[in-house]
Design a protein around this ligand. Structure first.
Ligand code: URP
Ligand code: ZN
Ligand code: ZN
Ligand code: ZN
Length: 491
């Protein structure tokens, strides 16, 4: 076989096992795996002494998002360049309808943000913000290739909040269409009450940005996950908890999965490596994200959840704000633009703290960053694994050589980093996207706008059912989900 490119001599992580050898690429696809592949006439990409991993899918990002009275500072140009440098080859963003807007208009708006700018492939989760008005638009969006939807249980002031009626009804529709509902789970009414209690000049003077964590005890997330899981259980619609940050949430997901409830969970790398003591720093307000960082116990439980399979995906929730934007808080924690940069450091942090830190095997990390997100988001077998026939999306990293996180040298528009000063291995020496080298020797060389939109026909692990029974008794049919979950463990 004649190849266009051969990645030679690396330690290649595939779903079938890890081997030292070569990856042969023809056009945009992986054409062969083996040892001593014929590289005559092919571009030779040396990988001896390096790890050859599938490109990372960051399935939770917000690029150029109007939020908290400003617009997040990484757009499709800087955000995807940052991602590529961290081995990310696919992003999934959230298309959010404007006031009075339709789901289709939201998708069109996000298409325009990405087109001509994105370095890597992309698609969007479609956010449902007013279900009563938008419910009849869901089938059309599935037909257009969007199979994941999102509802927020908070953010009334943004006009994004969904109630239980919407969650319940949308989950029924997910079952009907073989689609998946992503949920931001926080308990809005109790959170409002806690914020109101602390929103006094005296408290703000005394506690500053620490009020962000004081007003969001773990039960705020746990109660909301519990409720969403209940609606998932009685409808049978596939549910995916985004940015899960608590030990309690992980326990609830574990118990639900053991009952055969089709719920999956994602955490974000910041919840695995940072704890809420950062709010005590003079610049603690920079670290405000939503949900906020939690304690050491939560960090340990989330890593354990990743190992045990209760947490399937690690993403970033990238929502970058500069120091100037963060300064809008002016002493009132409810006005901090919530979110942090993350795309550039997802793989380096997960690799350094997870694999080198002895918390995850290399293969487990690849499942959480690539294989599982691709399968769950309906992008497999095209994305997420080094296997014949898949897109040649590849990240080549050195196993031990580290770089110091310095915002001045990064692709993100952020002028700070939550990880500043950390020594991290796992930045991409080389990134390939559909067979094209877009990062070479740690520098972005790919052309902006080359990224493509990715249509999908499925999502989640629960089977599609046109019967769509409402509140079917749990024992009526054996759960197909259990078996699928075992696959995720082994996958
Ligand atoms: O702080 C965050 N995560 N900002 C983005 C919005 C969200 O809830 O994901
Ligand atoms: Zn969220
Ligand atoms: Zn988010
Ligand atoms: Zn920069």
């Amino acid at each position: 076989m004649r190849f266009d490119k051969v990645i030679a001599g690396g330690t290649v992580v595939t779903p079938g096992g890890t081997f030292v050898g070569d990856v042969g690429i023809i056009g945009e696809k992986i054409a062969a795996l083996g040892t001593e592949l014929d590289d005559e006439g092919a571009d030779f990409i040396p990988a001896t002494g390096h790890l050859v991993l599938p490109g990372v899918l960051d399935v939770h990002v917000h690029l150029e998002l109007p939020f908290c009275g400003t617009v997040s500072a990484d757009d499709y140009r800087t955000g995807t360049r940052a991602g590529a440098r961290g081995g990310v080859t696919t992003v999934i963003d959230f298309a959010i309808p404007s006031a009075g807007g339709t789901l289709a208009q939201a998708a069109d708006t996000w298409m325009r943000k990405a087109e001509g700018k994105s370095l890597i492939d992309y698609t969007f989760h479609i956010c449902i913000t007013r279900w009563q008005e938008q419910k009849d638009q869901i089938a059309d969006m599935v037909a257009r290739g969007f199979t994941t939807f999102k509802e927020f249980m908070i953010y009334e002031s943004e006009g994004w909040q969904s109630d239980d009626r919407a969650l319940f009804g949308t989950l029924e529709q997910m079952r009907e269409h073989g689609a998946m509902l992503l949920v931001h789970a926080e308990s809005a009414r109790v959170l409002d009450e806690l914020i109101a209690r602390h929103h006094t000049p005296e408290e703000m003077q005394r506690w500053g940005a620490q009020l962000h964590r004081i007003t969001r005890p773990n039960f705020i997330e746990a109660e909301a996950i519990e409720r969403a899981v209940r609606w998932c259980e009685v409808t049978g619609g596939q549910l995916y908890i985004v940015h899960m940050s608590t030990a309690e949430g992980t326990d609830i997901v574990r118990a639900a999965q053991a009952r055969g409830v089709p719920v999956l969970a994602e955490t974000c790398v910041q919840y695995l490596v940072l704890d809420d003591s950062v709010f005590e720093r003079p610049d603690g307000h920079l670290f405000a994200c939503c949900p906020q960082l939690k304690g050491r116990n939560d960090i340990d439980r989330l890593w354990e959840g990743l190992r045990r399979g209760e947490v399937s995906v690690v993403s970033t929730d990238t929502c970058t704000f500069t120091r100037e934007q963060k300064a809008m808080w002016n002493g009132d924690w409810t006005k901090i633009p919530m979110g942090m940069p993350g795309l550039e450091t997802l793989l380096p942090l997960t690799y350094t703290q997870g694999v080198l830190g002895g918390r995850l095997s290399l293969e487990e990390m690849v499942r959480k960053l690539s294989t599982n997100p691709a399968r769950i988001m309906g992008l497999a077998p095209r994305k997420g694994a080094i296997q014949v026939g898949a897109d040649a999306d590849v990240a080549i990293i050195h196993p031990t050589s580290t770089r110091r996180v310095d915002p001045a040298e990064m692709e993100t528009n952020a002028d700070w980093s939550p990880y500043e000063g950390m020594e991290l291995a796992g930045f991409a020496r080389t990134t390939l996207s559909r067979g094209e080298v877009i990062v070479d020797d740690y520098r972005v060389v790919g052309r902006e706008g080359r990224g493509q939109w990715l249509p999908r026909t499925s999502a989640g692990l629960a089977p599609r059912s046109d019967a769509a029974p409402v509140a079917a008794p749990r024992d009526a049919s054996p759960s197909p989900f259990r078996d699928h979950r075992v696959e995720i463990h082994l996958g």
